[in-house]
Design a binder for this molecule. Structure first.
Ligand code: BGC
Length: 280
């Protein structure tokens, strides 16, 4: 949804432009959490490439908002689960930006089913986008950071932010493909972080809890559903994409320069096991 006024408000959150002169790519940024992250990174001064697979008009509307407020965004097509498509997307984005400093692995989806009903296609689809997609984009990012060398815009050579989920630690019945992909992201992120730390590349994850986006609409769109969801959230509110956008700015900026290989949980306490608040 075009929302220039919202972008103007976000821009005012970052008067010191912590990501000034940096270039960022956000995958799956034409809706939901990815859109929120793209808007916040742009507000913080980065030029942002908004990746989409289909529906370019949704990505363009977000880019138009950002550009209308004096920040910078472009759109870039690519299917993160496809190796050739990822390489083409990096090439096209670098063709326009010249370099990248920040890559946010956000693209993700759910295809929920009971184990006994889950098809292998549903398994491969979710693992392909959520986990293999993050591997492919991280690999291109690290190749690029090392090849382009140090820039004066940040202490680090480059930053990668992986969007995981509370389901990297909370098992989730009827979502075995999704929970497996998120658990995989946790050790993928840590293993890459360990491998590239000496090259001054920082790799971290954000684990969102329940955030109001299209992916979980049925869990919050009626008052009854929202009340049930809130039983799982000690802080007693469902999150919004700004909560994740702010965390992404911090993990991308030099303010978090000593942070690598960690998961920042942004969940209103969902991983505190609310059921134990009154018993156990
Ligand atoms: C899922 C949402 C869910 C949330 C908390 C997220 O990773 O995509 O559907 O509401 O975790 O369970």
């Amino acid at each position: 949804m075009p929302d220039t006024a919202k972008q103007t408000t976000l821009n005012a959150e970052y008067p010191h432009l912590p990501l000034k002169d940096q270039f960022a790519l956000v995958t799956g940024a034409n809706s939901g959490i990815g859109e929120g992250i793209a808007r916040h990174l742009a507000a913080a001064g980065a030029s942002v490439a908004i990746n989409y697979v289909v529906r370019p008009e949704t990505a363009q509307a977000i880019a138009d908002d950002i550009n209308a407020t004096g920040r910078r965004a472009i759109i870039t097509q690519g299917d993160v689960s496809d190796e050739a498509s990822v390489q083409e997307m990096f090439k096209a984005t670098l063709g326009q930006f010249g370099c990248l400093d920040i890559v946010v692995n956000n693209a993700g989806l759910q295809q929920d089913a009971f184990l006994t009903e889950m098809t292998v296609e549903q398994w491969y689809k979710v693992i392909g986008v959520n986990l293999t997609g993050q591997f492919l984009c991280s690999r291109e990012a690290v190749r690029h950071f090392k090849q382009r060398g140090k820039r004066d815009v940040s202490v680090a050579l480059g930053k990668i932010v992986c969007i995981s989920s509370v389901h990297e630690v909370i098992p989730w019945a009827k979502h075995v493909n999704y929970a497996s992909s998120k658990g995989g992201i946790m050790l993928m992120m840590k293993s890459i972080a360990q491998e590239v730390a000496s090259a001054k590349i920082r790799v971290n994850s954000i684990a969102p809890g329940a955030i109001k986006t299209p992916i979980n609409r049925s869990a919050w769109e009626t008052p009854e559903a929202e009340a049930k969801l809130l039983e799982l959230i000690p802080y007693d509110r469902v999150g919004d994409t700004d909560d994740i956008g702010r965390a992404a700015v911090w993990l991308s900026s030099d303010a978090s320069d000593y942070v690598t290989g960690t998961t920042l949980v942004v969940d209103g306490g969902m991983t505190l096991y609310e059921g134990f608040a009154t018993g156990g």
